[in-house]
Ligand binder design. Sequence first.
Ligand SMILES: Cc1cc2nc3c(=O)[nH]c(=O)nc-3n(C[C@H](O)[C@H](O)[C@H](O)COP(=O)(O)OP(=O)(O)OC[C@H]3O[C@@H](n4cnc5c(N)ncnc54)[C@H](O)[C@@H]3O)c2cc1C
Length: 388
Amino acid sequence: MNFNELTGKVVTPSDKAYAVLRLEYNLAINKFPLAIVYCYNSVDVSNAIKWCKKNDVKIRIRAGGHNYEGYSTGTDVLVIDTTYMNKIYIDTKSNVVKIQAGARLGDIYSKLAEHGYAFNGGTCPSVGISGLVLGGGIGLSCRNFGLVTDDLLEIQVINQKGNIITANTHTNSQLFWACRGAGGGNFGVVTSYTFKLHKVKEVTLIQLRWNASSREKFFYLWQNWLKTLDRRISCFAGFGKKDIYMNGFFYGTKFEAETILKDFLLLPGLSKNSLIKYVPFIEAVQAVGSIYGPPNRFKSTGRFVYKDLSRKNIKKIIQYVDLSPGKDNCYIRLYSLGGAISQVPSNYSAYYYRNAKYIIGILSEWEKMTMKDYTRIGFQRSLNMLNL
Ligand SMILES: Cc1cc2nc3c(=O)[nH]c(=O)nc-3n(C[C@H](O)[C@H](O)[C@H](O)COP(=O)(O)OP(=O)(O)OC[C@H]3O[C@@H](n4cnc5c(N)ncnc54)[C@H](O)[C@@H]3O)c2cc1C
């Protein structure tokens, strides 16, 4: 196969760095693409699409590589990787930002904070903007501002013919509708996203921890609490065998947050390390982002929850966690929804779950990577090997 017709930086199995660059964030994904093409611009993307058509090769599109099931790679495919299309252009007059498809959340948050803006994004700094926004996107501001995709004003996409097209509510509006929540990898390669921005200085950061003794009470309280919850608060919570956590942002004062959380603060086993603190927005983002460790192997799935779970079902879920093998590597995750997300009509975009109350996720990790392993597969080092 002639890779010379591809433009950008092409990595094939004969390159040393291939062994690492073929990997996804979830190290349990073990796929072998024919090649990975690192695109620098839209022309490289367009050439890659045309090349795949000509050579009858399947395409996978990769931004941050965080898809749980590895949908951004495959065996015998061409991976179109947008890592180096990562520029962020802020227009402070119109309060909008244009973000190229390969940008990661951590960089977006930092860059916008320099200009006094929040970003309505997710929690893990290495997640790519593309997968996040194309799937809807939730985070610790979503009950206040809506889904990440609800802030989207326009996208630029390379279609199956290799042509650049713009989509917004006036032009190619059906494509724009579909790209807001139907999931990535379906309707062309998006090269940039334009979002409206929110000026935010401070938020109340919530980081609460308990020992495992209150898991049942916590879960029961969680589902009742959400029913009438102030939309200014969004929380991601969960538990394993040993403990319970809750991370959240509240767009209001510490005092108000403590009042809203009073029943949680009374649960037995609250850790002394818990905090509720009014801080600059970027500090809150970084505090939550720092919880994520290096990549490892995991299986994660979830469901949107519409109905209350009975006490019996809650007990069963806790039992599943306790019966899992390993010391503490199976977790239940709870992601608050509702608020601004449910105030948008359900036909507004392809995102289907506007009326869900929260997401319940289950995550299992195994074979934790040691620091030595991590260094061995260090992504940054491999990118350096390419001299990009
Ligand atoms: C540790 C971790 C934390 C997470 N935290 C959150 C969170 O807080 N909130 C949340 O909502 N989600 C979260 N997620 C889920 C995450 O948003 C999705 O997995 C998302 O799809 C990842 O996007 P990516 O660009 O990093 O992944 P990729 O694997 O690169 O892409 C994901 C999908 O989008 C497609 N795609 C990628 N780039 C493009 C493009 N340019 N054009 C068209 N399609 C494209 C891919 O083909 C694939 O199907 C988290 C995931 C992980 C692993």
